[in-house]
Design a protein around this ligand. Structure first.
Ligand SMILES: Nc1nc2c(c(=O)[nH]1)N[C@H]1C(S)=C(S)[C@@H](COP(=O)(O)O)O[C@H]1N2
Ligand SMILES: [Mo]
Length: 513
């Protein structure tokens, strides 16, 4: 009885502590994603050894965030329940343990990149409530006298309505009262940032993007050339999407520059903005994978901002930093040459969605996201590769990430059945630096045949292709390959995405009936 109540007390204390932390977080930090759980989660994400992270990502794919939250909830639940149980026997020891836990958590919160000193208040406040509840409960129980036990060491189970129960009820009531507020807050807070974003009217572009291909060339079931924001892949280390207020946002250009520059949101909106088609690809994308999307980005060319700051000679890298501390190391040349690397504020005609970096992110044609596409960007440090590293480099990924030429078959899907006769084989191919010149398709061990290509409004965007196939009954394997704008075929050698992007040809197997 007592140990079960101890567990319950611990768990309730957890609820109350988390709840209070959220309330205080609401008043102090406007949900800067540094509440205790998010902070500890982020600390785990940043701290785990690369090998463990690779395994986790392989196991859970992009569900690794959910897996981490579940794992974290389990560890925290067990810890709190354990302390609750200890409190039933040794209140002082439990209190010391609780204080140590709260202190350690506050330390982690304080060292998170986006944290300011007041961000430890939610943790301290929540922790204090938890300790008071725990102590109160333990004292109530002690006043009620020791829980009687039988000679076998087990508590008699016939005992009901004891002070132990009453103290438990008091604890439940206290925890419930504290928990009620943040539930409502959690339900309302996300939507208020959404409203602010929706109210924004983006300036029109001084230089517009070429029109999208007239009609999607692709066959039934193929994906649209322009990826809607809602279908766009999301990759980042943020356990909570950072919320950044444009009114207080600024971007600092620092490091090896003649003069430091600070750009505000209002200034950025007044710049001559351009709109460009850019296909964004993740280095973790497997052959045939879907961590790639094509959108129309509105932004200001970064080279204009860098020109104001005047990088010193010798500098060869820009370390861009997000509000959440994440960094990318981009070759300086990629941001200053003619490719229109953007400080983007718009995606497909709308302000950036929060998940994709609202209010401002980088978008750089020709480079994988991990070395270029910093979301929620707040600093550009002009530096050197020999001096600085982006987030993923010490974790085993290459400091350089030019996008590799790739192609993908979207229809027919592997493992599907198709009817004999004319079948449209279709998909996309990309080389976001040089563009795509040709796409070939091969059935079984047959010859390579040219696919028909969609328009290419920009070499930084992917290109659709379709191949009409006279399908005969039986099982068939279809393979695709693409040639970049310089006439180079994509690498056929099968290599994993680690350390600088997968290679190999995408293949699907279908049954024709
Ligand atoms: N702040 C921040 N920006 C980030 C990342 C991140 O973890 N944190 N991940 C990068 C990676 S690895 C990729 S592939 C792209 C993905 O952009 P998307 O989520 O808008 O598709 O964002 C990049 N920008
Ligand atoms: Mo990525």
């Amino acid at each position: 009885m007592s140990s079960r109540n101890g567990l319950a007390a611990g768990a309730l204390g957890l609820g109350a502590a988390a709840a209070l932390a959220w309330i205080v977080d609401g008043f102090t930090g406007a949900a800067r994603s540094v509440d205790p759980l998010a902070a500890v989660g982020g600390w785990v994400v940043d701290g785990v050894p690369p090998a463990v992270k690779a395994v986790a990502v392989n196991l859970f794919g992009t569900s690794d965030k959910i897996a981490l939250w579940c794992g974290l909830a389990l560890v925290v639940g067990v810890t709190f329940a354990g302390l609750g149980r200890l409190a039933a026997r040794a209140p002082r020891a439990a209190l010391v343990g609780a204080a140590a836990l709260v202190g350690a958590t506050a330390l982690i919160v304080d060292t998170r990149p986006q944290a300011t000193p007041i961000d430890i208040l939610p943790t301290l406040g929540g922790g204090a409530v938890w300790m008071v509840l725990l102590w109160g409960w333990a004292v109530d129980r002690r006043d009620a006298g020791p829980t009687p036990t039988t000679h076998e060491g087990r508590a008699p189970t016939t005992d009901r309505g004891t002070p132990d129960r009453r103290s438990m009820l008091r604890l439940v009531a206290g925890a419930a009262a504290v928990s009620a507020v943040p539930v409502g807050r959690a339900l309302s807070s996300g939507s208020s940032t959404q409203t602010a974003r929706a109210a924004l009217v983006l300036p029109s572009a001084a230089s517009t993007a070429p029109v999208a291909p007239a009609a999607d060339l692709a066959a039934a079931g193929a994906l649209p050339w322009q990826t809607p924001a809602t279908a766009f892949f999301r990759i980042d280390t943020a356990l909570r999407v950072p919320t950044v207020d444009p009114a207080t946002w600024s971007l600092r250009v620092t490091g090896e520059v003649e003069r430091e520059v600070v750009l505000t949101w209002a200034e950025l909106l007044r710049k001559p903005l351009v709109e460009r088609w850019v296909t964004l690809a993740c280095v973790s994308n497997e052959v045939g994978g879907d961590l790639v999307g094509n959108a129309r980005w509105l932004g200001w060319p970064v080279r204009e901002l860098l020109a104001q700051a005047k990088p010193r000679s010798g500098a060869d890298m820009v370390l861009s930093r997000s509000v959440d501390g994440w960094t990318a190391g981009t070759p300086l040349t990629a941001l200053t040459d003619g490719r229109d690397a953007l400080l983007a504020i718009g995606m497909n005609g709308d302000p950036l969605p929060a998940k994709h970096g609202f209010p401002v992110r980088l978008v750089v044609p020709g480079l994988y996201g991990y070395v270029s596409a910093t979301k929620w960007v707040t600093e550009l440090k002009v530096t050197r590769f020999e001096q600085d590293q982006g987030y993923w480099t010490p974790r085993g990924w290459s400091p350089f990430g030019p996008v590799k030429t790739a192609s993908r078959i979207d229809v027919p899907r592997s493992g599907h059945e198709v009817t004999a006769g004319m079948v449209a084989v279709a998909g996309v191919a990309w080389d976001t630096g040089r563009g795509i010149r040709a796409v070939d398709v091969r059935v079984d061990d047959g010859p390579w045949r040219s696919a028909r290509l969609g328009e290419e409004p920009a070499t930084s965007a992917w290109r659709q292709w379709v191949y009409p196939w006279e399908a005969m009954p039986g099982s068939h394997t279809i393979t695709v390959r693409a040639q970049d704008g310089t006439g180079q075929w994509q690498a056929a050698e099968v290599r994993p995405s680690d350390p600088d992007g997968a290679t190999g040809l995408h293949t699907v197997t279908v049954r024709v009936v």
